[in-house]
Design a protein around this ligand. Sequence first.
Ligand SMILES: [Mg+2]
Length: 394
Amino acid sequence: MIIHIDMDSFYASVEVRDHPELAGQPVAVGGSASGRGVVAAANYAARKFGVRSAMPMAAAVRRCPQLVCLPVNMPLYVKVSKQIHQIFNRYTSEIEPLSLDEAFLDVRASEKLFGSAASIARQIKQAVQDECGLIASAGVAPNKFVAKIASDIDKPDGYVVVEAEHMQDFLDPLPISRIWGVGKVTEAKLHQLGFRTIHDLRVQPVETLVQRFGKWGEHIHRLANGQDKREVVPDARAKSISAENTFAEDISDEHALLANLMQLTEQVAARCRQHGFEGKTINLKIRYHDFRTITRSKTLAMPTNQTEQIWQTAKQLLLKQSRTQPDPVRLLGVGVSGFRGETVQQGDLFAENDAHSPGAGTAGDTRYAELDRISDEINQRFGKAKIHRGRANN
Ligand SMILES: [Mg+2]
């Protein structure tokens, strides 16, 4: 079985935990309203007013004038994320993070030792609450697709277990918007075709969907049938580390895209550093409103895991693309690949002469021991100057 753990409004919950005076108040973490920042996370009190992540902060404040807006404190969230991952690690090493607050766990090999997947998910939820003072939602299912839906369906404080024999009963009545990557516009298109539930998609001949949506149609048809063979791939074995965001509403505004790209970049860089990975290739993925999906890559002279370098490269790729194709964007992703020797070379990371050898360049500046300090500095700078950077470079 696969467990999907997703922290409830993570950044905002961490802030409320550390500022108890904010309890019960609507809180959003993100860029400033005056600087065209976007919401990175909103707690449930804020969501009641229609505040959503990736929304411009100014729009969030219009919807909820008493909204408490806090800047992103990425070093803190990275620290808490590590704590949570240590809890996961007690049960399995097969952990695939999707972001700082979300991960798939393959616990098939752990069940003899720790009890059923359902029981492990309970234990993890409890440990996260006891040790971190935060609430996680958990979904348990035979595959990633269903586990992810299960963790989301009863949020906050969700706990949903879907056994194999009940998988289709669970999926069939769900609205198609529950499928990964189906946003509002896709949903509307699917509605036009008469598809409202996962059942409606499942009973279609796959050709109908392929005709309309290409390869993606085939993909959603398989998912609707509860088929998802994707393995849990731990970061430590990954060939690339990436993060992506499907927006609730398509985004055309370049500033908003850049602000989102920055958040994704911070996450990806933090995860690379966590594993001591340095990659040469920076990848950008964009899915447009009409399902066209493009990827653009740039290979650097030296491998890196510095936020600043990844950001500069990803930003260039995005600006170039958004100026040639200024179409509404449904999904934005950034990734790093082309790791040195693909797995971590401890020797490289700790090599004494790294920092001093002439010509070692960027890689030499990113010695493992210094990474936290460097990333904290960069993150703090970004946290404060987030929006100005995007604007100054436009
Ligand atoms: Mg979450």
